[in-house]
Design a protein around this ligand. Structure first.
Ligand code: GTP
Ligand code: MG
Length: 138
């Protein structure tokens, strides 16, 4: 079994659809083993998205991620990293497959409802940014 890190982004909390998104997550066989609703600080968002620092949308991305509350989560299951990427769908909702979270809910390539780690290594680093091991229980 494996763990991945997830964020329900501000467009999800704003529209009050966190339960609907969680239903898709759980429906895919992923277990939410840790979950907290927080207001990200600018410093937290900048650090979290540091890999995108040189991208033209970095400022917009940090602005968006701090524009309202988010729900940070740890998901556990078989191949959790790859499975969650599949459930999320493509970054751009226009390209997301039928049945995915982003196809159903995302508003644009920027406001795309969810984040999921892109590797097991990043999952560990991202989880550690927001959770202590003692917060997580399957
Ligand atoms: P995450 O799970 O959020 O990391 O999404 P991803 O891995 O599918 O995409 P990527 O890591 O390439 O980009 C990170 C985030 O930056 C995306 O989820 C979007 O919120 C945002 N983003 C990516 N491309 C664009 C863009 O062209 N414009 C804007 N405004 N935001 C973008
Ligand atoms: Mg990414």
């Amino acid at each position: 079994t494996e763990r991945t890190f997830s964020i329900l982004k501000p467009d999800a909390t704003r529209r009050n659809i966190t339960g609907a998104v969680n239903a898709l997550i759980e429906g895919a066989g992923l277990r939410i083993v840790g979950q907290r609703r927080i207001q990200m600080t600018k410093a937290q968002a900048e650090k979290f998205y540091e890999v995108h620092k040189e991208r033209p949308f970095y400022g917009e991305l940090v602005e968006f991620m701090t524009s309202g509350p988010v729900v940070v989560q740890v998901l556990q299951g078989e191949n959790a990293v790859a499975k969650y990427r599949e459930v999320m769908g493509a970054t751009n909702p226009a390209q997301a497959a039928e049945g995915t979270i982003r196809k159903q809910f995302a508003e644009s390539v920027g406001e795309n409802t969810v984040h999921g780690s892109d590797s097991q290594e990043n999952a560990k680093l991202e989880i550690a940014q927001f959770f202590q091991d003692s917060d997580l229980t399957a």
